[in-house]
Design a protein around this ligand. Sequence first.
Ligand SMILES: Cc1cc2nc3c(=O)[nH]c(=O)nc-3n(C[C@H](O)[C@H](O)[C@H](O)COP(=O)(O)OP(=O)(O)OC[C@H]3O[C@@H](n4cnc5c(N)ncnc54)[C@H](O)[C@@H]3O)c2cc1C
Length: 284
Amino acid sequence: MIPAAFDYVRPATVDEAVAALAAGGEDAKVLGGGQSLLPVLRLRLGAPSVVVDTTRIDEMKGIDDAGDAIVIGAGVTHHAVMHDALVREHLALLAKATATVADPQIRHRGTLGGALAHADPAGDQPAVARALDASFTIAGPGGRRTVGAADFFVDYFTTAVAPDEVLVSVSFPKYTGWGAHYEKFNRTAQAWAIVGVAATVRMDGGAIAEARVGLTNMGPGPVRASAVEAAVAGASSIEAIAAAAEHAAEGTSPNSDIHAQAAYREHLARVLTRRAIASAAGIS
Ligand SMILES: Cc1cc2nc3c(=O)[nH]c(=O)nc-3n(C[C@H](O)[C@H](O)[C@H](O)COP(=O)(O)OP(=O)(O)OC[C@H]3O[C@@H](n4cnc5c(N)ncnc54)[C@H](O)[C@@H]3O)c2cc1C
């Protein structure tokens, strides 16, 4: 279908984008890579008055080493994220999860910021941001603010980014040397996750010293599997990892839909958590 008519602006700076959103009012919409917004417009599920294209804003396109964190511009494409040397060295979990997003064409256009702002419960990167305790820089009419991952994801397709704000960048603490694995369960290659598990571990003498685990599609937003993280500390065998993974569905609220019943998703969360942690730890 052809989208409803809208005005289009392409600002060069974040300030100009914020001003364009303010001028456009409630119905203005930010455009990142367009891989989720364009289908929404074409299906006429949305009809913004003005689309504010952020793809020419240089500030949103960098990946920078900020000492103890890697700061990724919201406009960096999935392709650039998964191939970036800093990301691969310090944020292996993000690189691995991003490599499972959709297909190469979509990864060349879709952006990290767009995926996080879109907050699809089946999206792969929100669970990574939650597991790694990312923080989000958001610009709006009142200036800039920073929001932690625990507060960023509010509900289905809803984040802390207000309609008159722009997500500028995402800062991830470094996890240098940590093992990482993203275990995604989907029916066909390149499909969205029915459930996904993002796990990264710091090893010490053959045992898991620390773990971070995030769950995809186990609730309205990404879930941090804190009970698993606590239970798996000290594990050095697959049996110990399996026992810790039994806690994976605790505190989750998965949907039942055409792809899976909630109980099946809970089962998947336990199985995939065991696999993800074992793989991240190199324990079989
Ligand atoms: C066929 C298909 C398969 C896919 N499969 C997967 C998959 O397996 N896993 C997965 O995780 N994703 C998947 N995706 C989604 C893909 O990752 C998109 O790239 C992503 O969801 C949106 O990123 P985008 O940059 O294209 O954002 P856009 O489509 O441009 O925007 C999405 C939403 O975010 C808002 N937005 C964008 N950027 C900003 C910003 N900087 N500040 C504030 N708001 C912003 C927009 O207003 C819009 O509401 C798939 C998409 C398609 C079309």
